[in-house]
Design a protein. Structure first.
Length: 541
């Protein structure tokens, strides 16, 4: 801003000085010319009157006397005026001077400066006539003025008398004035630049300091404050900024304390619930083991109790995991593993559910190595959660798994062709306890924390977990992980939206498929036929 303000002030200053200098130079030039012209006209009028008086009083009667009169008068006229004045005497049209009388001139080489128009105007005999001319002096041209008038010479008749005045002194004066104006303008612009820079710096420096302190506050240094000096507007701004920072620090600290208490409460409650849950689990298992001895109503109640206890244990486990992420206590137990082995293990665990739901489950692996430094337990949990969600929501379509790799990353892509999601739902699919249809009760599916935990697991690896969905077109999830710690992902080796769905009746036996253009031929693992109706998306079992 300081540079912009200074540049603007300089631009305006240069334009103003240029306009002012041009105006002053033009005014001074016109003034010098008008003043000199007035002097020239007065002087030439006096010289003309003097010449006419000389000619009138002269007793010349012959040609020789007239020539002598003209020759004698010319030096007198030249000496009687300004220095450097030249004089020309030419017989006018209709003059009665004998042909033997010559036209005298103090500077014959300058005679061509008298134009025909000026001679025609002067020959009328109606007062003085003048014209501006360029006088050659030492190979250069300087401004000048020629003034003409008529005089009557005895015996010779009417003559044209011309005076040539050089305005070189005035031009020198004008050049000096312009030089002074140029120097004064440059000094003025320099002073203006220094003043503008100084004033702008005084205004901008506190703003820059405020921006630096604001950046420090944004980085978490809540104790940063602006120095307060004086009682001016900047000091008032600094005090207001410090008050705002103190208020924000107080609120952030209170929110941080509240968040810590909430995380501790969730963790403590989750731990404390494990003891009574274990007791209830033991009693439930005893009842469940003897359910065949109970009447049908009690038998159904024992089965429901067992199912809900399983969900309760899953919820407690997920709550404990979330609390570790929130507390920053989650640790990555990384080792070099082939992602294909981890995905195969997750598929094996999901196969019973796929058989129960009757879902076609196919997988394609890249031909090259997919080895990366990963935590197998966490990655397997992510893939298993994505598979179970896809199977639960696949309806009559297949579920396709794709594993791909490049030099920087490995990726798993899970695609179903079921009920899908709206674009707005995709933005919230990783939120905790979020449901696409909030009106439905959570009686099916998982705890509502599965995808949230999966996202945290992916971020813990330094990777991505992306989602895509369209209503009635299915959904796709892509997990991308760096091969080595410290690699910043710039892309994924597989596109987010997967291959086209398998048609019903396709051969489910192992076959070859082709993935994206960047992948080699891939081999299918297994498929299973099916039909089902799926619950809401966003959970794992």
């Amino acid at each position: 801003m300081q540079l912009r303000v200074t540049s603007s002030a300089l631009t305006i200053g240069v334009v103003a000085v240029a306009l002012l200098s041009t105006y002053l130079s033009s005014t001074i030039r016109d003034g010098l010319f008008e003043q000199r012209l007035e002097e020239v006209l007065l002087e030439s009028a006096r010289s003309t009157a003097q010449a006419q008086a000389t000619f009138t009083s002269a007793p010349a009667t012959g040609t020789t006397q007239v020539q002598s009169l003209l020759n004698d008068t010319l030096p007198v006229l030249q000496a009687g005026g300004s220095a450097g004045r030249e004089v020309f005497l030419w017989r006018a049209t209709g003059s009665t001077a004998p042909a033997s009388v010559l036209d005298p001139s103090t500077a014959p080489q300058l005679a061509p400066l008298v134009s025909a128009d000026l001679r025609a105007s002067t020959s009328t005999g109606d007062g003085q006539r003048w014209q501006s001319v360029a006088v050659p002096v030492d190979g250069q041209e300087v401004p000048g003025v020629i003034v003409g008038a008529t005089v009557d010479v005895p015996v010779a008749g009417t003559y044209e008398l011309y005076f040539l005045y050089s305005m070189e002194p005035e031009e020198t004066t004008l050049a000096f004035v312009q030089q002074v104006l140029g120097i004064a303008g440059a000094v003025l612009i320099t002073i203006l630049a220094v003043i503008t820079w100084t004033v702008t710096r005084q205004a901008v420096k506190p703003v820059q300091r405020a921006a630096e302190v604001a950046e420090r506050l944004a980085d978490g240094h809540l104790g940063e404050r602006l120095p307060v000096r004086g009682e001016d507007e900047m000091a008032t701004l600094a005090r207001s900024f410090n008050e705002m920072a103190a208020s924000l620090q107080d609120q952030i600290q209170r929110l941080d304390e509240l968040s810590t208490l909430q995380r501790r409460f969730v963790s403590d409650v989750s731990h404390e619930l494990r003891t009574p849950l274990t007791t209830v689990r033991m009693a439930s298992e005893m009842i469940y083991a003897h359910r065949d001895d109970l009447d049908p109503v009690l038998k159904r109640s024992a089965e429901l109790l067992q199912t809900q206890l399983d969900r309760f244990e899953d919820l407690l486990a997920d709550l404990l995991e979330i609390s570790r992420f929130d507390a920053g206590a989650a640790v990555l137990d990384a080792e070099s593993r082939d992602l294909r082995d981890v995905v195969t293990s997750a598929i094996d665990q999901a196969m019973p559910l796929a058989e129960h739901k009757g879902v076609w489950l196919s997988a394609t692996y890249c031909e090259g190595s997919a080895t990366a430094d990963i935590d197998p337990r966490r990655v397997e949990r992510i893939v298993r959660n994505l598979l179970v969600n896809a199977i639960e929501h696949a309806e009559n379509g297949p579920v396709e798994v794709r594993v791909a790799a490049n030099a920087q990353a490995v990726a798993v892509h899970v695609r179903d062709h079921g009920i899908g999601m709206a674009k707005d739902d995709v933005e919230h699919v990783f939120d905790r306890f979020w449901r696409a249809d909030p009106a439905r009760a959570r009686t099916t599916g998982g705890t509502g924390l599965g995808l949230a935990i999966s996202l945290e697991d992916a971020l813990l690896h330094g990777g991505w977990l992306d989602a895509w969905g369209r209503p009635r077109q299915g959904a796709a999830f892509r997990l991308t992980l760096p091969r080595r710690a410290g690699i910043v992902l710039a892309g994924s080796p597989v596109e987010l939206v997967g291959a086209e769905p398998l048609e019903r009746g396709d051969d489910p036996r192992p076959h070859e498929e082709h993935g994206p253009a960047t992948l080699p031929a891939l081999d299918a693992l297994s498929t299973v036929p099916v039909t089902h109706h799926a619950p809401d998306r966003g959970e794992h079992p």
